[in-house]
Design a protein around this ligand. Structure first.
Ligand SMILES: NC(=O)c1ccc[n+]([C@@H]2O[C@H](COP(=O)([O-])OP(=O)(O)OC[C@H]3O[C@@H](n4cnc5c(N)ncnc54)[C@H](OP(=O)(O)O)[C@@H]3O)[C@@H](O)[C@H]2O)c1
Length: 430
């Protein structure tokens, strides 16, 4: 077929310009794979005069991306603006209403409105593709939605945020404090000037909600994700983790339990020998557990213009070839409401670090409190002693209910010789 696939691009930032670069650099290869050429017919961004490092003067320009999505004669609209609603949502809704396919990299939009967009795109008979939205260049959506469709998935575990992984990896290699490493990440362009979406775990939670929905055939439920970030992780925690044979990672975990689906994002200690421990710096990694395939591990660049645009272009090839699937893998009429299993019911092992003044009987008080809450101690580290200053005491405990841990931590925080706050990090061995 020689009719080009006509593309309108909303957003000419890192991902938008990366996409234009791939379409130019690989045009001949793409034409063969897509069985037709790609043609960018219109573009939109805020500032027409901005130097974008490449010539875009031959594309029709729109100041208003919604107008572009509605007016331009095109087959596909790329929404590469970003944001969980607002202009990005309007671009998608208007394009769908006009019968245009959508490709986006926008995880926030999908996490918050994915079910609604699945219904709208399905009833309009258009594709809604978003490979780039989760783990950037790693083909995790295709793997889950297509390659593993013969399996029942029981668990997904991933490092889904490169900024956090960079910070935790650098804290370990340099021994520096969280704030120092965050400032360095901002200087290097790995963290935003307002880093909260990344370091508070929200970005990873957006991505986890999407993966969970595809894996378990449920409506998107971002509100059901338990979210904790990495702000409280200290250089001391990282050093103790190393000593105990662990790495600290911000993990996103979605798992099927007999009581329902649990979705959680939080820092976790993982054994150094686990493959996910070896994923360092800005890289992302996702492991998926299928009932027949077993564990499948994917690793690669989770962000950046090239890797993210690589996923955008792969979606364009699928659309050009007519490989169109429902947004969440199954028709939206088959999506079930997730029955969320609350975090309080989680069972796991924990690392607990307390800053303790050396007073007679304090360790006995800690162990008695743990015993009273049915929590069994695995090991204790107390190296230094000081007559005047609080010193760290680390206790690791065997598998226990999160509810019991919360109650025990509250009680231990009330012991006079213990400084607040107490650090508790979940240990994930699987
Ligand atoms: N960057 C990555 O590594 C990465 C990785 C995975 C997913 N993503 C996702 O990809 C999407 C785009 O990210 P990005 O990094 O490319 O963002 P970006 O560099 O900030 O670019 C955003 C683009 O949107 C344009 N824009 C913003 N508001 C607009 C408006 N009201 N009307 C028209 N255009 C508007 C901006 O115009 P101006 O250029 O004129 O300001 C800019 O070109 C986001 O959803 C992001 O979460 C990014």
């Amino acid at each position: 077929m020689t009719t080009p696939l006509k593309i309108a691009i909303a957003g000419l930032g890192t991902v938008g310009m990366g996409t234009i670069e791939i379409l130019r650099a690989n045009s001949q290869t793409l034409k063969r794979r897509a069985q037709r050429p790609f043609e960018v017919v219109a573009v939109s961004a805020r500032d027409r005069g901005r130097d974008r490092g490449a010539d875009i003067s031959n594309f029709c320009w729109y100041d208003d991306p919604v107008k572009m999505a509605t007016e331009v004669d095109c087959d596909v609209v790329l929404e590469l603006i970003g944001g969980g609603g607002g202009i990005a949502k309007s671009v998608c809704e208007n394009a769908i209403a006009k019968g245009r396919h959508i490709v986006t990299a926008n995880k926030a939009l999908l996490a918050l409105h994915g079910t609604e967009l699945a219904r709208a795109s399905e009833s309009a008979g258009v594709a809604f593709c978003y490979e780039a939205a989760v783990a950037g260049g790693i083909p995790v959506i295709k793997t889950l939605r297509e390659s593993l469709s013969g399996n029942s998935v029981s668990r997904i575990q991933g490092i889904l945020n490169g900024t956090c992984n960079f910070i935790l990896s650098s804290m370990r290699s340099s021994g520096s404090a969280f704030g120092e490493v965050l400032a360095e990440a901002q200087k290097l362009g790995y963290a935003e000037s307002d880093p909260s979406l990344d370091i508070d775990g929200v970005d990873a939670a957006h991505k986890l909600a999407i993966l969970s929905s595809i894996a378990f055939g449920t409506e998107l439920d971002f509100e059901g994700v338990h979210v904790e970030g990495i702000r409280s992780i200290s250089a001391e925690d990282i050093a103790f983790a190393d000593e105990l044979g662990f790495r600290i990672k911000l993990l996103g975990i979605a798992e099927k339990t007999p009581e329902g689906i649990r979705q959680r994002v939080h820092p976790a200690m993982v054994p150094i020998s686990a493959p996910i421990s070896a994923i360092e710096g800005v890289l992302n990694g996702v492991s998926i557990e299928g009932d027949f395939v077993g564990p499948v591990m994917l690793e690669g660049a989770g962000a950046g213009g090239g890797p993210t645009a690589s996923a955008v272009v792969a979606d364009l090839v699928d659309i050009a070839c007519g490989r169109i699937l429902p947004l969440l893998g199954v028709s939206s009429s088959y999506l079930t409401r997730p029955s969320i299993n609350p975090m309080e019911d989680h069972k796991g092992a924990y690392f607990i670090r307390m800053m303790v003044y050396d007073r007679p009987g304090v360790l006995a008080d800690i162990s008695a409190t743990l015993r009273d809450h049915d929590i069994s101690i695995e090991g204790v580290i107390q190296r230094t002693r000081s007559a005047t200053e609080a010193v760290p005491v680390v206790v690791t405990v065997h598998e226990t209910l999160e509810r019991s841990m919360n109650a025990a931590m509250k009680k231990i925080a009330g012991i006079e010789a213990i400084q607040s706050p107490i650090q508790a990090i979940r240990i994930e061995r699987s």
